[in-house]
Design a protein. Structure first.
Length: 257
C-alpha cells in the first residue's frame, strides 16, 4: 500500500480483491468503473487501482493452488497486528493468514465468528483514503445474521467505542449498527432488527459500494465485459444502485455519485 500513517486505529483503511486472472480483472473494472492501474512495490502479481489518479483499491492475483472464493475484502488499520490477531482467536474467530510482513507494514487475513472475511493492516496507509470520501468506496457494509453480536465482536477486537484512545464510535440507527469517526460513517453492520432473531438465510460477508456517474451505463458495461447483473439498477434511500458480479465471482454494488 502507498504511504502515510493511518490517523485512527480501528477504522477501515483499504479494500482489495484477489482475482483468478489479474489482467482480466483489470480489464473488467476498467470498463465498469473507469479505473486505471499501475504496478505496486509488491511485484507483478499486485496492482493499484486509480480513479482519476487517486488510489481506490488493490487487486492481486490469487494463487492457482488456492480454492478461496473471489471477494472484495476490507482492511482495518491497527496499531499492533499481533495483539488484534490474538483478540480474534480468543473470541472463537479465525486468523487465516499472517501477520505477514509486506513493503510498508504487515497484513493479516481473518474471518469473524460467522465467517465474514476481513483484513488487518499495521503500517502506512493511503493519504486521505476514507470510506465515503474522495475516491475511496462510497460505503462498506457487513451483511450478517446478527448485527448486534457482530458489533460486539468487532468492537472488542478493533477497539470501537474505546474510551482509552481516539477511534471509531458505534451508533444504532434504523436496525443498523453504524461505525463512525466523528460525524463520518465509515462502515455499517446490518442483519435484521436489533431485537429480532438472527436471519439464517444471510451468508455473512463484507460488501463494498463504489460510486459511478451512471449506474445504468456501468451495469451495461459489466454485462458486456462478462460480469453478471445480480440486482438491476433501482432507486434506494441512498440513490440509484445496482449489484454486480465480476467474471471471477466478486460481488460489489455501484451507486450513483
Amino acid at each position: 500500500m502507498p504511504a502515510s500513517r493511518h490517523p485512527l486505529s480501528g477504522a477501515p483503511c483499504w479494500v482489495s480483491l484477489m482475482a483468478r486472472d489479474l489482467e482480466a480483472a483489470q480489464v473488467f473494472y476498467g470498463a465498469v468503473l473507469g479505473w486505471t492501474f499501475r504496478p505496486t512495490a509488491l511485484g507483478d502479481e499486485f496492482s493499484l487501482a486509480l480513479n482519476q489518479g487517486a488510489a481506490v483499491a488493490g487487486i492481486g492475483a490469487l494463487a492457482p493452488s488456492l480454492q478461496a472464493a473471489v471477494a472484495w475484502t476490507p482492511y482495518f488499520a491497527v496499531d499492533d497486528a499481533d495483539l488484534v490477531a490474538a483478540r480474534i482467536r480468543e473470541r472463537g474467530a479465525t486468523v487465516a493468514v499472517g501477520p505477514l510482513p509486506m513493503h510498508t507494514g504487515r497484513a493479516t487475513l481473518a474471518a469473524d465468528p460467522d465467517g465474514a472475511v476481513f483484513g488487518l493492516w499495521e503500517g502506512r496507509t493511503v493519504a486521505g483514503w476514507s470510506v465515503g470520501r474522495g475516491s475511496a468506496p462510497a460505503r462498506l457494509e457487513l451483511r450478517t445474521r446478527d448485527a448486534f453480536a457482530a458489533a460486539i465482536f468487532y468492537g472488542q477486537v478493533l477497539g470501537w467505542g474505546s474510551e482509552e484512545k481516539e477511534g471509531p464510535d458505534v451508533h444504532y440507527e434504523d436496525d443498523q449498527v453504524l461505525v463512525r469517526v466523528g460525524a463520518h460513517t465509515v462502515a455499517a453492520l446490518r442483519g435484521g432488527a436489533i431485537e429480532s432473531a438472527p436471519n439464517p438465510q444471510i451468508r455473512p460477508r463484507w460488501h463494498v459500494y463504489f460510486r459511478v456517474a451512471d449506474v445504468s451505463a456501468a451495469t451495461r458495461a459489466a454485462a458486456e465485459a462478462g460480469g453478471v447483473v445480480v440486482t438491476p439498477p433501482g432507486l434506494t434511500r441512498a440513490g440509484e444502485e445496482a449489484t454486480l458480479r465480476d467474471p471471477d465471482g466478486g460481488l460489489f454494488t455501484v451507486i450513483s455519485e
